[in-house]
Design a binder for this molecule. Structure first.
Ligand SMILES: *[C@@H]1O[C@H](CO)[C@@H](O)[C@H](O)[C@H]1NC(C)=O
Ligand SMILES: *[C@@H]1O[C@H](CO)[C@@H](O)[C@H](O)[C@H]1NC(C)=O
Ligand SMILES: *[C@@H]1O[C@H](CO)[C@@H](O)[C@H](O)[C@H]1NC(C)=O
Ligand SMILES: *[C@@H]1O[C@H](CO)[C@@H](O)[C@H](O)[C@H]1NC(C)=O
Ligand SMILES: *[C@@H]1O[C@H](CO)[C@@H](O)[C@H](O)[C@H]1NC(C)=O
Ligand SMILES: *[C@@H]1O[C@H](CO)[C@@H](O)[C@H](O)[C@H]1NC(C)=O
Length: 459
């Protein structure tokens, strides 16, 4: 029985309908919502109408298109676009039915009130709650920045030159603007909607009713688009890691202290000369080994979070995997069989960690440059959120000691790099089906996903 499942409690199905002109960051927001909800085990999926439109064009053998295609007076263009919306909606309905979807996101551009009312009608007929999410932006600099970031790399402009792509795209926006009708608190008073004005300078909420809707609202309120780096590190090698014991609150080993002393230098090197004065915020858990690891960092803002503490191994706290295998063989096997759901006697599961990390994720979205020093299981869950790693894989990811991981979220992917401290440490990686530590046996590690192979993923 899942501990946390909004959908089971409320039995709701929601469709988030994106509203806004092109280059307003709609797809980015849509994808982030899907990633966040999936991480919380809420089944969600994005249906991008542009993708359907491109597939239709391809099928009809219409090659490269320019802005004229988006002129409301161009019958060919209108035909494809209307068909694309219908197909996307149809697929979404099937997905709600066949796969028990909970939150579908319709990522479309055409935003007339008339069109919205049609969508509302279809959704209501299928007992799906519509919630409109508008990204409204009249700050031309923001728009141009967004065009440069993503649209000029859009599949519609493959091979085009940058100048042409930008101008053509601006023309396309102008054509959409002719018909655009923004969400309005009096005219649309009966609809559920969120309107973000110039990213998050102003947020207008209307008729937000269910718990699930309010989670989505709270999440998008925390998003920002400033460039930043997120550093993640495990604590330095601990005394328990030397003896292979889990849990506890032990001190760093001698090599762990060496990592702590080297960490400031690793961070500086990674920031680069021009950013060397950047002030990072540092978060640790409440356990001694993470605080000791942070103790040489020169930054003033250091915060301890109970929510970042290591997975609670309950009755197994302080034992080695071998001892667990001997004393609780059934538990040992149950954990290998479903590591995500397995909850230690009197302790926690990976799913439990994700639940307690939710406020951390919210706060993390608000933060700029940050360094988080925490524990293996917690780090796996944080990493899974940023890199969209599926639940069944995340507990098996290898995250070695004495390695600093840097994540740089970009418009459509996250760039990962890792910086090894070159200080030896024991391997604390346990593969499936053994109580031995270490990554010696590569043949069984199909499920263990090494972080290096995982870099630069486009979601
Ligand atoms: C379409 O774009 C491709 C590059 O992706 C280019 O080689 C081709 O010439 C273009 N075709 C037309 C009709 O503009
Ligand atoms: C959007 O859809 C409506 C109704 O289907 C249509 O009348 C309108 O021309 C479309 N707008 C644009 C910009 O294509
Ligand atoms: C909202 O719904 C109420 C009751 O169904 C109706 O009387 C009212 O006219 C609607 N308002 C708008 C702006 O559509
Ligand atoms: C490393 O040691 C800490 C205790 O200091 C423990 O919580 C953690 O589970 C250990 N890592 C592994 C995977 O053994
Ligand atoms: C950790 O080190 C401190 C100070 O050196 C010592 O007082 C404490 O007992 C140590 N804790 C453990 C669990 O070894
Ligand atoms: C970082 O903080 C220090 C002291 O808190 C301050 O002197 C410095 O100017 C800050 N650096 C930047 C780049 O803001």
């Amino acid at each position: 029985m899942p501990v946390y499942s909004i959908s089971h409690v409320e039995n709701v199905r929601v469709c988030v309908v994106m509203v806004g002109l092109p280059a307003r960051g709609k797809s980015l927001i849509a994808q982030k919502i899907v990633r966040y909800l999936s991480w919380l085990s809420i089944k969600s999926k994005c249906f991008n109408v542009g993708t359907y439109r491109r597939d239709l064009q391809k099928a009809a053998d219409i090659g490269n298109i320019t802005a004229d295609f988006f002129d409301p007076n161009n019958p060919d263009g209108m035909h494809f676009r209307r068909q694309a919306i219908d197909l996307a909606l149809q697929d979404m309905m099937n997905w709600f039915l066949d796969e028990n979807g909970v939150v579908g996101i319709l990522d479309a551009t055409n935003s007339t009130r008339d069109r919205r009312n049609r969508i509302v009608k279809v959704l209501r007929e299928n007992l799906i709650e519509p919630i409109f999410l508008e990204s409204f932006c009249n700050d031309q600099d923001l728009v141009l920045q967004n065009i440069l970031d993503v649209k000029t790399t859009s599949p519609d402009y493959v091979g085009s030159d940058l100048q042409f792509a930008t101008e053509d795209f601006l023309k396309r926006i102008e054509l959409y603007e002719k018909n655009y009708e923004t969400m309005d608190v009096s005219i649309d008073a009966n609809l559920t909607f969120i309107k973000l004005v110039n990213v998050n300078s102003q947020i207008i909420l209307n008729r937000i009713e269910s718990y699930l809707e309010s989670r989505i609202v709270y999440y998008v309120m925390n998003l920002h688009i400033k460039p930043r780096s997120i550093y993640l590190s495990r604590h330095g090698e601990s005394e328990y890691n030397l003896t292979g014991q889990i849990g506890g609150d032990s001190n760093l080993s001698e090599r762990g202290w060496r990592y702590a002393k080297k960490l400031p230098e690793l961070v500086l090197k990674s920031l680069g000369e021009e950013n060397k004065h950047t002030n990072l915020t540092v978060w640790t858990s409440t356990l001694a080994r993470t605080q000791q690891t942070s103790s040489f960092l020169p930054y003033k803002r250091k915060l301890q979070w109970k929510a970042l503490d290591e997975l609670d191994a309950g009755e197994c706290d302080g034992m080695t995997y071998e001892e667990i295998e001997n004393q609780f063989p059934e538990d040992f096997k149950a954990r290998d069989d479903n590591k995500y759901e397995y909850r230690y006697r009197g302790g926690e599961s990976y799913r439990d960690i994700v639940i307690r990390l939710e406020p951390i994720i919210m706060e993390l979205e608000r933060q700029e440059n940050i360094l988080i020093i925490t524990h293996q299981a917690v780090l796996r869950c944080l990493y899974a959120y940023f890199m969209n790693v599926p639940q069944e894989e995340s507990p098996w990811m290898s995250i070695p000691l004495h390695t600093l991981i840097k994540l740089e979220p970009r418009a459509y992917h996250t760039v990962v790099s890792r910086i090894k401290a070159d200080i030896p440490a024991v391997s604390t990686y346990k593969e499936k089906g053994t109580s031995q530590l270490g990554e010696q046996n590569n043949s069984t590690s199909s499920k263990s996903r090494d972080i290096i192979n995982n870099s630069d993923i486009v979601p």
